[in-house]
Design a protein around this ligand. Structure first.
Ligand code: ATP
Ligand code: MG
Length: 423
C-alpha cells in the first residue's frame, strides 16, 4: 500500500453528509442580506501582499505572523486573503463605486487563510460572511449593520449570544491615548509575558487581549480605558448609537476593554460572542473604519463593516440543537427487484424527478433487503419496490418509512401521492 496523503494541518473537508447544514445557513444568509438590501461581491482569493500590510496593519498578528504569502514567478509578493474588508475596499476604489452611488451596502462570503495555531473554532482555512456599508458617517449606518448581524443570529435561532460594543475614538485621539497607556504600563512592563513585551512596543492595544493572569492583573489595575478619553463629539456619537440600539430593542453591553486585531477601525467597534462556545467565543466582529478608503488611495469615505466566522456559528448551532435532520430527507427511494424491470424503473425514477421530488435508487444490484436498508440510511420519507408484478398491474405499494404503513397507488400517480403526502 502506498502512503496516504492527508489534508493540510488546520484545514478540513466539508463532507457530503454534513454539507446540507452549511447550505441551509448559506441560503438563509442570502435571504437576510437581501431583506436589508445588501448586494454580494466576490473578489479574488489572492491579492497583492501590500494591500493587507497597508490596511490591516504591519504590526498586527494577521500581517506579522499569519499571512500565507508567496512570490508570483519569483517577482511580486502575493497573499491568500486573510480577511475580506481590504479586498472589498480595493475593489470599491478600483471600480469607482463612489461615482455610481453615494451609499453602497455590500456582503460577501468565502474562504480566508491565516497561519495560526489550529484549535476548536480556529482553522487555517476558514469561512467568513460579512458586510460593509460605504458612504455614511451617521450612527444609523453603524446600527443598520449591528442590527443586520444581530438579526442573522436571531433568525438562525441562536439564543445564547451577547452583543458587546466599545469606542476606540479616531486616530489622532487614539494615538494620544496610546501614549498615556504606554506610560502607565511602563513600570510593569518587565512583569509581562514575552508576547506582551513585544506588543507593548508595536501594538499596545492588544495587551487587553492577553489571557495570561499576570498581564490581565496589570491591565485591570493600571490600564486607563480609552472610553474615558473620548472627545465630546466621539462620546455623543457613541451615545447616539446606544440610543438607536435601544430604540430597536437590541440588547448590548459596553465592553470598555474590547479592542480589535486590525488597525483600521475608528470609533465604534462591536463583537457578538456566544455563550455556547469555549474560549474562541467571538461569532463576529466589526466596526467603523472611516480612514481606510483614503489610506488605500481612494477618496475619503466613511464606512462600517463586520466579519463573521462560519465554523464557530456551526459549532454554536450544533450546541444549541438547531439543525433539523428532516431537511436532509429524501422524498422517495426506488428499489429495483431485478434486471427485467430495470429499464422501466429508470423511467419511473426520471418521471418522479421531473415532478420535482427527490428520488434515489440502487446502483449496486443487491437484494431488496439491502436496498431497503439503504433507503433507511438515506432517510427516505417513502419507498417503493418495483418488480414484474407491479409493472404488469401498473399498481405499486408506497411504504411510509416512518411507520411502515403502505398505500397502493397507480404507478402513474406516484407523484400525485407524494404531493398529497409531503408538506
Ligand atoms: P479572534 O479574536 O477570534 O482571533 P479576530 O480578532 O481575528 O478574531 P476577525 O479577524 O475580525 O477577528 O474575524 C471575525 C470572525 O471570524 C471572528 O469573530 C471569528 O468568528 C472568525 N475567525 C477569525 N479567525 C478565525 C480562524 N482562524 N478560524 C475560524 N474562524 C475565525
Ligand atoms: Mg485572530
Amino acid at each position: 500500500m502506498k502512503n496516504k496523503i492527508k489534508s493540510v494541518k488546520g484545514t478540513y473537508d466539508l463532507l457530503p453528509f454534513e454539507i446540507h447544514k452549511w447550505q441551509e445557513i448559506e441560503n438563509k444568509l442570502k435571504k437576510i442580506f437581501s431583506l436589508y438590501n445588501f448586494r454580494e461581491i466576490r473578489t479574488p482569493i489572492f491579492e497583492k501582499s501590500k494591500l493587507f500590510s497597508r490596511s490591516v496593519g504591519e504590526f498586527t498578528d494577521i500581517v506579522n505572523k499569519e499571512m500565507y504569502s508567496f512570490l508570483d514567478k519569483g517577482k511580486e509578493s502575493l497573499t491568500l486573503r486573510p480577511e475580506l474588508t481590504a479586498s472589498v475596499v480595493r475593489s470599491y476604489i478600483e471600480h469607482n463605486f463612489q461615482q455610481i452611488s453615494p451609499i453602497h451596502k455590500i456582503w460577501y462570503y468565502g474562504p480566508l487563510f491565516r497561519q495560526e495555531k489550529p484549535q476548536a473554532g480556529r482553522y487555517r482555512q476558514f469561512y467568513q460572511f460579512g458586510s460593509e456599508i460605504f458612504g455614511s458617517a451617521y450612527p444609523e449606518s453603524d446600527v443598520e449593520l449591528i442590527d443586520l448581524a444581530y438579526t442573522i443570529y436571531t433568525k438562525l435561532g441562536l439564543k445564547n449570544f451577547t452583543l458587546y460594543i466599545n469606542s476606540l475614538g479616531n486616530k489622532e485621539n487614539r494615538s494620544k491615548y496610546i501614549e498615556l497607556l504606554k506610560s502607565e504600563l511602563l513600570p510593569h512592563k518587565n512583569e509581562m509575558c514575552d508576547n506582551c513585551k513585544n506588543r507593548y512596543e508595536n501594538n499596545v492595544l492588544r495587551l487587553f487581549d492577553c489571557k495570561n493572569k499576570i498581564c490581565k492583573n496589570i491591565m485591570n489595575e493600571h490600564a486607563p480605558l480609552i472610553i474615558d478619553y473620548l472627545t465630546n463629539e466621539e462620546k455623543d456619537y457613541f451615545n447616539e448609537i446606544k440610543e438607536l440600539l435601544e430604540n430597536l430593542n437590541i440588547k448590548y453591553k459596553v465592553d470598555p476593554t474590547m479592542v480589535r486585531g486590525l488597525d483600521y477601525y475608528t470609533n465604534m467597534i462591536f463583537e457578538i460572542r456566544s455563550e455556547s462556545l469555549g474560549s474562541q467565543d467571538a461569532l463576529c466582529g466589526g466596526g467603523r473604519y472611516d480612514n481606510l478608503v483614503e489610506d488605500l488611495g481612494g477618496k475619503s469615505t466613511s464606512a462600517v463593516g463586520f466579519a463573521a466566522g462560519m465554523e464557530r456559528l456551526m459549532i454554536a448551532m450544533e450546541k444549541e440543537n438547531l439543525f433539523d435532520d428532516e431537511l436532509n430527507k429524501l422524498d422517495i427511494y426506488v428499489a429495483i427487484m431485478n434486471e427485467n424491470v430495470r429499464n422501466e424503473s429508470m423511467k419511473i425514477v426520471k418521471n418522479i424527478r421531473s415532478n420535482n421530488f427527490s428520488v434515489d435508487t440502487d446502483f449496486q444490484r443487491r437484494s431488496v433487503k439491502a436496498m431497503m436498508r439503504e433507503a433507511n440510511r438515506k432517510k427516505a420519507k417513502f419507498s417503493i419496490v418495483i418488480g414484474e408484478n407491479e409493472i404488469q398491474s401498473g399498481e405499486i405499494k408506497i411504504k411510509t418509512m416512518s411507520d411502515g404503513s403502505e398505500n397502493t397507488v397507480k404507478i402513474d400517480e406516484i407523484s400525485e401521492f407524494l404531493s398529497q403526502n409531503i408538506l
